[in-house]
Design a protein around this ligand. Structure first.
Ligand code: 5AD
Length: 354
């Protein structure tokens, strides 16, 4: 087996084969992922503070707790000043990137969001990542002119039929063309997928990993699908409910196939493995941590899935526990923005450890 994982062919078949590894071989897979991460990304873990600035959404994605059709959600949008206030405290900690995320509707308006990006770039030293869904190329271009550094848009699944079933009125092709626009504009681009969506086969999971590689992404975020009771998939189970190791195997194979991408240990790992999911993710390929910086009073209204950790914590507590967890793993907190190391958009940051 060792031979198999020391000579990687980047094919769907190889990915699928690696995903089927069991104990004790799977430990070799994790070791290879961790070594790949260390050799390519170093021991720095970059902390990106996320602000979920609006939960208003026009879409009806079957899995998502803030889908338009969920009437139980209290909708909110932060004011520009609230966003700026949350962003400006970040740089006083170790958070040199702000991730602005919302539902897929221009709740603030494209120009208002552009003005916020400009203010953040002017008033703080932060890198800005935006994650607000499919938008026209001109909008992406405008935000880039305003100073947007990165954009994050998951393709969710690489299977066109499954994509269509999960996203009424929207196609995988449209999503991929948004990603192509962003890359073409020179925006550092992130994407990714959920693991274990109903209808997802192991082959699709392997294809998801391959698609990330083919897209040559700067950032890749993945995480387990967690059924939300107030959605059409509320009664469904994650495909790997009885085999949760698959969530980590997917992450490890993702790292091996995408050595130079920034890969976050996403919050969903902590939802499935309370208190330790993100730590294990950092040891099996991930190199980014994203503490929640949404003002506390809004958090309970941004539940894409249930049992989301950190809902009752302050931004300070989220940051503090991130730093403690990173250091407990013997890793260092990344300094500087932690830009893409791919070189196309920006020179790699020196990323000195603290
Ligand atoms: N379980 C896990 N992840 C989810 N997301 C949305 N709903 C769920 C869910 N029920 C993820 C999607 C989206 C990201 C912001 O959150 O992948 O892109």
């Amino acid at each position: 087996m060792e031979e198999t994982i020391t000579h990687i062919e980047y094919t769907v078949e190889t990915a699928q084969q690696l995903l089927t590894m069991e104990e004790p071989d799977v430990q070799m897979l994790y070791k290879l992922a961790d070594t790949t991460r260390r050799e390519h990304m170093g021991d720095d873990v970059y902390i990106r503070g996320i602000i979920e600035f609006s939960n208003i959404c026009a879409n009806n994605c079957l899995y998502c707790g803030i889908r338009a059709g969920n009437g139980k959600v209290t909708r909110y949008t932060l004011s520009a000043d609230e966003i700026l206030e949350a962003a400006s405290v970040m740089a006083t900690g170790h958070q040199m990137t702000v991730v602005l995320q919302s539902g897929e509707t221009p709740a603030l308006g494209d120009e208002a969001l552009g003005a916020i990006i400009r203010r953040i770039k002017k008033e703080t030293p932060l890198a800005v990542t935006v994650s607000v869904g499919n938008r026209p190329r001109d909008t992406y271009r405008y935000w880039k002119e305003c100073g947007m550094d990165r954009y994050f848009l998951r393709f969710e699944t690489s299977d066109p039929g499954l994509f269509l079933r999960l996203h009424p009125g929207s196609t995988l092709q449209e999503r991929l063309s948004c990603l192509a626009d962003l890359q073409d504009l020179g925006v550092q681009t992130g994407s990714g997928f959920m693991i274990g969506l109903p209808g997802e086969t192991l082959h699709i999971l392997a294809q998801n990993i391959l698609l990330c590689r083919e897209l040559d992404l700067d950032m890749i975020g993945i995480g387990p699908f967690i059924p939300h009771p107030d959605t059409p998939l509320g009664e469904k189970k994650n495909t790997y409910d009885d085999n949760r190791e698959m969530f980590f195997k997917a992450l490890a194979v993702l790292r091996i196939f995408n050595p130079d991408a920034h890969i976050p240990a996403t919050t969903a790992y902590d939802a499935v493995f309370p208190g330790k999911g993100r730590d294990l993710a950092l040891q099996r390929g991930a190199n980014i941590f994203m503490p929640n910086n949404t003002p506390a009073c809004y958090r309970k209204d941004y539940l894409l899935y249930p049992d989301k950790p950190g809902v009752d914590d302050s931004a300070d507590q989220c940051l503090g526990s991130a730093v403690v967890r990173i250091r407990a793993l013997g890793r260092t907190v990344g300094k500087g923005p932690g830009h893409s190391i791919k070189g196309a958009c920006v020179a790699p940051s020196p990323g000195k450890a603290v």
